[in-house]
Design a protein around this ligand. Structure first.
Ligand code: CTP
Ligand code: MG
Length: 181
């Protein structure tokens, strides 16, 4: 069933969706690269901070635990049995991996001459998905393989860019983000 598949993909990825949005609100303070440059461009740039990364990771991890707490009632109400429960390792890895993927994308943006805030279509929408899934696979392989079946991965790759574009446009319109991507 399509609804069940999309709901499962969304639920499994929620701990990875939230960190970057929380980082937008929590960001500020010292940049991770401490101003260092490489070949004349910043290593990461002022948009990747210790505080944003830490608070974003914490928020995503706590969200995974909160989802565990409400899973059974949600399954009872919706009948969607496939909603996963998160191991602590998986929840943390999804959140931290999402932040790492976004940091990796900034690294690639700076290497390709893009200033802070520049768009990099494709990379902007999927960097954190790749980071989150790769980290979850390493942190808890059994959980990853049971949760991210090929069908669920396909659903994630379809819904994530749509969700990403929507939330960023909203964040831009309400004035918490400088660019709509
Ligand atoms: N942010 C942060 N730490 C992170 C990720 C994001 O502090 N690890 C905060 C920063 O304040 C950043 C804002 O969230 O400016 C928006 O994030 P993003 O769009 O990823 O950064 P940009 O400023 O656009 O920089 P870049 O071009 O490197 O993506
Ligand atoms: Mg940006």
């Amino acid at each position: 069933m399509v609804v069940s598949l999309v709901a499962t993909a969304f639920w499994a990825m929620l701990p990875a969706y939230v960190p970057n949005n929380v980082a937008v609100l929590a960001g500020g303070g010292r940049p991770i690269d401490a101003g260092r440059t490489w070949n004349g461009a910043r290593l990461l740039g002022d948009g990747k901070t210790w505080r944003g990364t830490a608070v974003g990771t914490l928020a995503g991890t706590l969200l995974a635990l909160a989802l565990n707490a409400v899973r059974d009632p949600v399954v009872a109400a919706t009948g969607i049995e496939a909603l996963p429960t998160f191991s602590l390792a998986a929840g943390f890895a999804l959140a931290f991996g999402a932040m790492l993927g976004d940091i990796g994308a900034s690294f690639l943006k700076r290497r390709s001459g893009r200033e802070r805030g520049a768009a990099f279509p494709g990379l902007d929408q999927l960097d954190f998905v790749v980071g989150a899934m790769a980290c979850a696979l390493v942190a808890d392989p059994a959980w990853f393989l049971a949760t991210f079946t090929p069908r669920v991965i396909a659903a994630v790759l379809l819904i994530t860019p749509l969700l990403h574009i929507t939330t960023n446009v909203i964040a831009f319109k309400i004035g918490v983000k400088n660019e709509p991507w």
